[in-house]
Write a protein of this length. Structure first.
Length: 274
């Protein structure tokens, strides 16, 4: 404490330190501010170049984020060296700290590696509709550590890249054509051929349903209360949900008009009195 008091009570010592290190500190501070400004401009310019050249949207956010992190690390190293810190000692300290942080953030590093694997093998891209880790949505961004999905009801889902790259993923946008499956139940007293014809007529009236591959209609199950007719049609991927909902409503209305019943589960209860 006496040494500290002695130091602050001596203005000449303080002035000597300011003269000796003040210029370096000021230059390092200016370098940091200007460097961050330049990095911001580089990132904005990089985004514009990617957009102008119609660069793959899946890579845009990943590469811009990675470039920003690398440039900032280089800037920090430069600023520290300007302050007179020995680079060999600083790099050794940085390596030790990096090892400790890496062990503590092993999951984060796994997510980074997963992001790289996703961009290399490309199981999906921005704009694809996927199901992964129990969640479904349209891929909005593939970032360094996370993949961001938008759901049809406008929710944002953030998935870590590690589990996504190692787990199973269903990509609904890979193929231009999808199959739409239905099961329609009719009563045991109803005419199976008539029910098939009604379904076939509904299919023929819907211009979104493809003729090739040919629609398929067959009895799939003799249930407890109904005879189940499986129906499979093919359509462009963008028409999937429209056909899925419209077909069920239209077939129900046609069954009602044609006098074909859609039975509901029933149970006969017998009471025995002793």
């Amino acid at each position: 404490m006496d040494e500290v008091k002695s130091f602050f009570s001596n203005p000449d010592q303080i002035m000597d330190l300011v003269i000796k290190y003040g210029g370096q500190l000021l230059l390092a501070l200016i370098t940091l501010i200007v460097g961050l400004w330049i990095i911001g401009k580089i990132i904005k310019g990089l985004r514009k170049v990617f957009e102008a050249r119609d660069f793959d949207a899946s890579l845009r956010s990943f590469l811009t984020s990675l470039t920003g992190i690398v440039l900032k690390i280089m800037l920090v190293i430069s600023v520290v060296s300007m302050l007179g810190v020995e680079m060999t000692s600083f790099i050794a300290i940085l390596a030790a700290a990096g090892l400790a942080i890496g062990m503590a953030l092993s999951g984060t590093l796994q997510n980074f590696a997963g992001g790289v694997m996703i961009l290399i093998f490309r199981p999906f891209k921005v704009g694809d509709y996927i199901t992964s880790e129990g969640h479904s949505g349209t891929v909005k961004e593939i970032q360094i550590f996370h993949t961001i999905l938008n759901t049809p009801d406008k929710k944002t889902i953030i998935l870590p890249n590690g589990p996504v790259s190692n787990g199973s993923t269903i990509n609904y946008s890979t193929e231009p054509v999808r199959r739409v499956d239905f099961t329609f139940g009719i009563g045991y007293n109803d005419d199976i051929d008539k029910a098939k014809q009604v379904i076939r007529e509904v299919i023929e009236k819907d211009g979104r349903i493809l003729k090739d591959p040919e629609p398929f209609i067959a009895v799939s199950n003799l249930g407890d209360s109904s005879v189940d007719l499986v129906t499979r049609v093919w359509a462009n991927a963008g028409d999937y949900w429209g056909i899925f909902f419209d077909m069920q409503e239209t077939v129900k209305k046609e069954f009602d008009r044609q006098g074909i019943s859609i039975p509901f589960p029933q149970r006969d209860v017998h009471l025995y009195q002793k």
